[in-house]
Design a protein. Structure first.
Lengths: 366, 366
């Protein structure tokens, strides 16, 4: 019977789930709005205390002079790179081959801003100082994504980050942080968000990853930079008459969850342990450095899906909603720990992983 | 005492106001959300029944094959023009000198899309067929804004619209409708939205003008066109993980108010009459053709502001919140009728206009 249902269908039917904060439904917004009075005035085209107070609050958290709220990171980051390119008179930037701008934005950076990216490092590893030292092209800006999502959320050593930052400052290369998951890495580095951001000239953060808001982003840096970003925000069509549905929910869920990042990080390490103890299953990184990691299965999707479906049904616990092929004939999925994990009864978790281990071993040995 | 307060301060303190639907506050969103279940799933990057159903509903209203929800009209319209320019291999469009793209978007069309606009007609009048016939440049697309907001919301005769549409089709010029206030003009033309849209290849409508939503727009046309617009929406950073705060409020306020446009139109005509019977006050158009018009005062701002402030205070009725200089030494403001007008007691309205007439006459005769 389970074979008629897709993996995501079976996943959706389970009572407990190991990833995320909960369903992305309208209740997420309703809950946030309960904390705010109906008489609160809307922001108006980027102005008004509602947006200005939140921008000020987050600028302080990031240790930057100024911050601007954007509807999306796609918009914020293209604009950041455009400003740095215009300042340097050089339409070239460098980033990882699996950078969000390269693989998820329909080439907006190239099509709208005519900026040429230099791809640093290989797809399956982090950018190193050495890659930057040996770059042949001149660039206006280097973008680093911390953690590097598409390879399981890996992170460089803090010392290497400092060296990259120093080198860029010395060479006049602007350093931009794709910090979509910035708060999620604070526990690993044992540095504050502001300390991490001090290495960068501009910073983007997201409010719907670990924070779990509806949508929305902040771009922060010096005031001359953020003022210029507001002009581009208008040009992109992101300077809406009202952004408050996103601002209020970002503010609400930031306050609710920013203090839970240490917990998510510890839970991610625990969960990775469960996966790594299963036959033919491993995580990347082996020990997570944030709330996220990738789980890899040494069997193709067609074999893993039925196994996962039966585990989900027998344990009433969903693990991942989809699988993608990996480059070595197996498959993988992304895990992000949120509020849900802590609610799972331990016996259920152990039952599920006991089943997963047994079924993977059975199929693997055939 | 009133001289210490600005016009907008005095306006804000009045119990009754002649324009708009009400305060732009968080209650507007809370009220809309009350109609929807918390368990309703979010749209996800432009997909899911929540967004698709609304797009389908509005496509039908507009009589177009397909529709796409956008966070803003700025984004939707630049993209529409870009698509038509790409199709024709010609980066030139024509529009009115006071077109939204020319004066309110920080030149996004030029800076992001490198499209050159040809300005048709003079600032103070509508585009006529004759302007198009005598245009020297080849263009890919003509944008018409109905009503032409910046000149009081004027409209061409329907026959002239038909002639412009026929001419453009004959010449292979794409015709795009800036229909930010489309539903507001349906009563004047006595044509359905779909009939009006049938003259155009692509149509943009807004949900926070007469409809009074939070923000959001629809771009409609043939499916090949709207599919392409989704790629550009991603590039612009408008393909948010969740647009539902705007979609649900657009849907709610569309249903609530689309049937009230006739009422707003009749009230606008009544209100324009009140203004036109005052000394040294006139409206543009003299008889409104939608829910909006401009009111002009034959005295400079410095003289009109104290008059308006005392009228607002004595009648406890706010008329306009700001004044702008006009080109003939006087000043003007924009009026848009919404839900508020009908709640004003007639005696209060008559008292206010009696006061306005007397005070304008007094100052005018000095």
């Amino acid at each position: 019977m389970s074979t008629d249902l897709s993996l995501v269908d079976v996943y959706n039917e389970t009572t407990y789930k190991i990833t995320g904060h909960g369903n992305r439904d309208v209740q997420v917004l309703k809950q946030a709005l309960e904390s705010f009075e109906g008489t609160l005035n809307s922001d108006m085209y980027g102005k008004g205390t509602l947006i200005e107070d939140f921008q000020y609050k987050i600028a302080n958290v990031l240790g930057k002079e100024s911050a601007v709220f954007f509807p999306s990171g796609t918009m914020a980051q293209q604009i950041a790179l455009r400003i740095w390119c215009d300042r340097q008179g050089l339409k070239k930037v460098a980033y990882h081959p699996l950078c969000h701008l390269e693989i998820h934005e329909e080439d907006g950076l190239k099509e709208l801003h005519h900026i040429e990216p230099v791809l640093l490092a290989d797809q399956d590893r982090l950018i190193k100082l050495d890659d930057i030292l040996h770059m042949k092209e001149n660039i206006a800006c280097l973008l680093l994504e911390l953690p590097q999502r598409e390879i399981g959320g890996q992170l460089p050593d803090y010392q290497e980050l400092e060296e990259i930052s120093s080198y860029c400052r010395e060479k006049g290369i602007k350093l931009h942080l794709d910090g979509a998951r910035l708060f999620e890495i604070v526990p690993y580095y044992e540095k504050s968000a502001a300390e991490l951001c001090s290495l960068f000239d501009s910073v983007y953060i997201s409010f719907y990853k670990g924070i779990g808001g509806i949508a929305g982003a902040i771009l922060a840096g010096e005031e001359t930079f953020t003022n210029e970003s507001k002009i581009w925000k208008r040009r992109h069509g992101g300077d809406l008459i009202s952004l408050y549905p996103y601002i209020l929910s970002s503010d609400y869920y930031y306050d609710l969850r920013v203090g839970r990042m240490e917990q998510y990080y510890e839970e991610a390490k625990e969960l990775a342990g469960y996966f790594n103890r299963c036959k033919a299953v491993s995580t990347l990184p082996e020990e997570p450095v944030s709330n996220m990691f990738h789980v890899h299965f040494e069997l193709p999707k067609e074999k893993v899906e039925p196994i996962l479906k039966s585990v989900y049904q027998e344990a009433d616990l969903g693990m991942v909603a989809y699988l993608k092929d990996n480059s070595v004939g197996g498959c993988y999925s992304e895990i992000s720990i949120g509020d849900r994990y802590t609610d799972i009864p331990k016996e259920r978790l152990e039952k599920a992983f006991h089943l997963l281990n047994r079924k993977m071993a059975e199929v693997k040995s055939r």
